[in-house]
Design a protein around this ligand. Structure first.
Ligand code: NAP
Length: 257
């Protein structure tokens, strides 16, 4: 039996992953942006241990999420699932002055990875769109270029792969992988999404719980429980370090190596 923390589990794939974990006899701790969403998450996932509250657009609240998780004790796995902004029409600035998409999709998983007591396994939700991510990592705050919502989302999903692979490299005792769930009909994916929703959460759960040799690997990129080739730039140690440095710069938080 594993104990797993899932970010963004008030809806979509995060909620489905929590439900599947509980169905399989594991323990799931949920996460929601505020108290109301927290109550709704607990009502939707009977059997969940508890819910942790914090809005990932805020660095201070994201630190608070890590504190709450650490107070709950140790975890076997963390699924960094929360995500936003597939096509935000303009640069939405957070209270820290960062683009909303970057704050939630890139910086929050970095901060939580750095501050949550190290679990045995980590899973980061990416997307096929990461293949189109900007591999220069220039202007991550979108201050010097015109806003392009889909590009910002694609960039953030490349960052998730870079983060997963950086952690796999720096923490050899932890299994750290990235997952492409497919384009599925959640709130983010929209009603017309063509991929199989019922397969969208299965790989994450398998990677954090299974003893299958195919699941007990690290530094890999998966789609529907199969290895898939990620953007080759994600294998660059230089690029991984550049992202870690940038996240440290924006958050003031260092990742222990
Ligand atoms: N759906 C797809 O087609 C697709 C494809 C590729 C990758 N992905 C990735 O899969 C992951 C899950 O996506 P999904 O489709 O399940 O999306 P979703 O249905 O929109 O769910 C996103 C979850 O993240 C939470 N969240 C968003 N912003 C937050 C914030 N500031 N603070 C705290 N929680 C926040 C949401 O909370 P609320 O419910 O309160 O909004 C919700 O629980 C994302 O990382 C996404 O990039 C999805």
């Amino acid at each position: 039996m594993a104990r797993v923390f899932i970010t963004g589990s008030s809806d979509g794939l995060g909620r489905m992953a929590a439900q599947l974990l509980i169905e399989q006899g594991h323990r799931a701790v949920l996460h929601a942006r505020n108290e109301r969403r927290g109550r709704e998450a607990l009502a939707a996932v009977p059997g969940a241990e508890t819910v942790v509250i914090g809005d990932l657009t805020s660095i201070a609240q994201t630190r608070g999420v890590a504190d709450q998780v650490n107070r709950l004790g140790s975890f076997d796995g963390v699924i960094h699932n929360a995500g936003v902004g597939y096509r935000e029409p303009r640069r939405i600035a957070t209270e820290d002055g960062l683009p909303h998409v970057f704050a939630v999709n890139t910086l929050a998983p970095y901060i939580l990875t750095a501050l949550i007591q190290r679990p045995k396994r980590l899973v980061y939700l990416s997307s096929a769109l990461h293949q189109r991510g900007d591999t220069s990592l220039k202007d991550l705050a979108w201050k010097n270029r015109p806003w392009q919502g889909q590009q910002a989302y694609s960039d953030s999903k490349l960052h998730d792969v870079l983060l997963a692979f950086a952690v796999a490299r720096c923490w050899p005792d932890v299994l750290s992988n990235a997952v492409e769930p497919g384009w599925v009909a959640t709130k983010m994916g929209g009603p017309g999404a063509p991929d199989d929703l019922q397969a969208g959460h299965v790989t994450q759960v398998w990677l954090v719980t299974s003893d299958d040799p195919a699941a007990t690997v690290t530094g890999q990129y998966f789609y529907h429980q199969r290895l898939r080739t990620p953007n080759p730039a994600s294998r660059s140690v230089e690029l991984q370090e550049k992202l870690l440095d940038a996240c440290k710069h924006f958050s003031g938080i260092d990742i222990p190596k």
